[in-house]
Design a protein around this ligand. Structure first.
Ligand SMILES: [Zn+2]
Length: 130
């Protein structure tokens, strides 16, 4: 599925995800068939709020890429709009990694220093989402 609208959004500083044009269910990556209503090829793109919660997280203790020296977190963040993104959490020191909690509130941050840009999430110091 074509994710260029998402990548173009990141270049413009926006977190865009897809939704079904028939029922509004958000999804990412965009499915050809809506998982809720079954509509086909009705993808619309919209700008997400950037708010989410940690749905799952692990800490990698092996360096696979030079830009991610171990240890580093790999998380699945559930956006307020529903889609879940595999991502990393920004702004954490090695000692902070064991404090990552399921349900912890996070906010999207676009890393424009990479090509293509990517979205990462910064834990909200306020803690858990409502
Ligand atoms: Zn739908």
């Amino acid at each position: 599925m074509d994710v260029r609208p998402h990548v173009d959004g990141l270049r413009a500083g926006l977190l865009r995800v897809a939704r079904c044009g028939a029922c509004g269910t958000a999804a990412f990556p965009p499915p050809r068939v809506c998982p809720r209503c079954g509509a086909r090829d009705t993808v619309e793109w919209f700008t997400a709020s950037g708010r989410g919660t940690v749905w799952s997280a692990v800490v990698f203790h092996k360096t696979y890429l030079a830009e991610h020296p171990a240890p580093y977190p790999v998380a699945v963040v559930e956006l307020a709009e529903g889609p879940r993104l595999v991502t990393t959490l920004a702004g954490l020191l090695a000692d902070d990694l064991r404090d990552i909690r399921i349900g912890q509130a996070v906010t999207a941050e676009i890393d424009a220093n990479r090509e293509p840009p990517r979205v990462v999430f910064r834990p909200d110091p306020e803690g858990e989402a409502p």
